[in-house]
Design a protein around this ligand. Structure first.
Ligand SMILES: [Ca+2]
Ligand SMILES: [Ca+2]
Ligand SMILES: [Ca+2]
Ligand SMILES: [Ca+2]
Length: 484
């Protein structure tokens, strides 16, 4: 029924990941709540998401579903180790299904690593990685969880068979101190509905998922996206989903957002938070410091410049959407047609004041005469909520960034706010999957790491990650996604 080619689905799925998957604050809250419990049980403290080798600093993990692997394996995950100054691209490793010892079906249509998320599922002090995998053989399709260890990813895994995964989200939804995994369908099922699968307290063995129906397919090209955070502050993570649908890349025909609150019995019934806005990408974190996570979501505006909305968490759940755009006072630049403000979103505390901030990608932004060069805006959290005041904007023409800008760079097609240098402030990572290089005909893409600081992301201290600085060579789609 889906008409999109696999290649396109792969690259978009990786892009979609940016927006959404598991999260920053909620995941951290979840780990915090559970730490004592799990420590008592196992003698270990669960690792933060992304800290595969348990050294206290998370790695930069990149989906590279289109990356060529060895021995006929298509797709891989790239793990970039980190140090006190951030990512160390010269020490990066690429992991294919074959190199991890996962079940394979070497086949040109095989795909692995389009989407992924990280959490310490077995609570052993090493973060683990859930990765999507697709092949003609259904025994190989679905997702796998690869466990971490002192040297990073190990060859220990569990295979979670299922349909093609559009997104993976990890959080503790039932509050038992163990991380749960939600796998969202990429495609409509044979009965015409979209589902998600919930693997409760996954641990070190495969568990039978609860299969939950979300919505009926209405058009031919549709996305179901998800993120998780504790919006009502009851210590259990909640699942937010958005659905949007369109025909021939035209305006979205339908869409909604919904939230399902976590409870000891798992996720509750869906509550819609918008039926008039088609929503898209989403991310979450505590923007106003009231210990309840807030949801940030893209509002589709057709060819218009783009908007995002913040729905603040409260005792009884999410509040009403409050909109922000490039035209919000204080936000640099002015909204222009085709900017795609909100095409990627990330939430994290970049200036270290204890309140989460929001990074918004606008990969369609024109810089000078170069179309779709792209920009990223950073808006700050305050006790009164998100503000445009003091917002920053970064693009490849700014002094200190490795320009020159070129048409189609797509800077900001992916963003993440993750503490990669371990100083307690979230660092900004920006993907530019359209970045081409002189004298190279292929488009490889690039990523840019900007450390967090008191004044926001610091261009001084930038690390450039490209096919030329990364030990893993030849990376089409580099910068199309960043694993949460
Ligand atoms: Ca683990
Ligand atoms: Ca909750
Ligand atoms: Ca809040
Ligand atoms: Ca902040």
């Amino acid at each position: 029924m889906r008409r999109r080619t696999l290649a396109a689905a792969g690259s978009l799925a990786a892009g979609a990941l940016v927006a959404g998957s598991a999260v920053t604050l909620a995941a951290l809250d979840g780990s915090h709540v559970s730490a004592a419990e799990v420590t008592a049980a196992t003698g270990h403290r669960p690792a933060r998401p992304g800290d595969l080798d348990g050294d206290g600093r998370r790695e930069l993990i990149l989906p590279n579903g289109g990356g060529a692997g060895v021995g006929g394996h298509s797709g891989r995950i790239i793990v970039v180790p980190t140090g006190p100054h951030g990512p160390l691209p010269a020490q990066a490793n690429g992991y294919t299904r074959g190199s991890l010892g996962l079940p394979t079906q070497p086949d040109s249509s095989e795909s692995y690593g389009d989407v992924a998320t990280s959490a310490d599922f077995d609570g052993d002090g090493y973060a683990d990685l859930a990765v999507s995998t697709w092949a003609r053989d259904e025994k190989v399709s679905g997702a796998v969880v690869v466990y971490g260890g002192p040297k990073g990813l190990t060859n220990r895994y569990v295979n979670l068979r299922g349909p093609v995964v559009g997104q993976l989200v990890a959080a503790d939804f039932d509050g038992d101190g163990k991380q749960d995994l939600v796998a969202v369908d990429r495609d409509v099922s044979t009965d015409g509905y979209f589902y998600y699968r919930m693997y409760a307290h996954l641990g070190a063995a495969a568990v039978k998922p609860a299969v939950v129906r979300v919505t009926k397919s209405v058009e031919e090209d549709e996305w179901l996206r998800a993120t998780a955070a504790d919006f009502n502050g009851d210590g259990k993570a909640d699942l937010a989903l958005t659905f949007d649908s369109w025909v021939d890349e035209g305006p979205r025909k339908a869409g909604f957002g919904e939230v399902r609150y976590g409870s000891a019995k798992g996720l509750g019934a869906a509550k819609r938070f918008g039926t008039t806005w088609p929503y898209g990408q989403l991310a979450a974190g505590d923007v106003n410091g009231d210990h309840r996570a807030d949801l940030v979501v893209r509002k589709y505006t057709g060819r218009a410049a783009g908007q995002i909305a913040v729905l603040y968490g409260g005792k009884s759940g999410l509040g009403k959407p409050v909109a922000f755009s490039k035209d919000t006072p204080g936000v640099p630049g002015a909204g222009a047609k085709g900017d795609e403000f909100g095409a990627s979103l990330a939430v994290g505390d970049v200036n270290g004041d204890g309140l989460a901030d929001v990074a918004v990608g606008s990969p369609g932004t024109v810089i000078g005469k170069a179309r779709s060069t792209g920009a990223v805006s950073v808006l700050y959290g305050t006790r009164k909520g998100l503000t445009g005041k003091g917002a920053r904007s970064v693009n490849l023409s700014v002094a200190g960034m490795p320009g020159p800008v070129r048409e189609g760079d797509g800077f900001g097609g992916a963003v993440a706010l993750q503490d990669l240098n371990g100083d307690g402030k979230a660092d900004l990572v920006v993907g530019a999957d359209g970045r081409a290089y002189p004298h190279h005909s292929d488009v490889y893409g690039a990523l840019y790491f900007l450390p967090g600081g008191k004044g926001g992301p610091l261009i001084k201290g930038m690390t450039w990650i490209s096919p030329f600085t990364l030990r893993v060579k030849h990376n089409p789609e580099l910068g199309s996604g960043i694993v949460r």
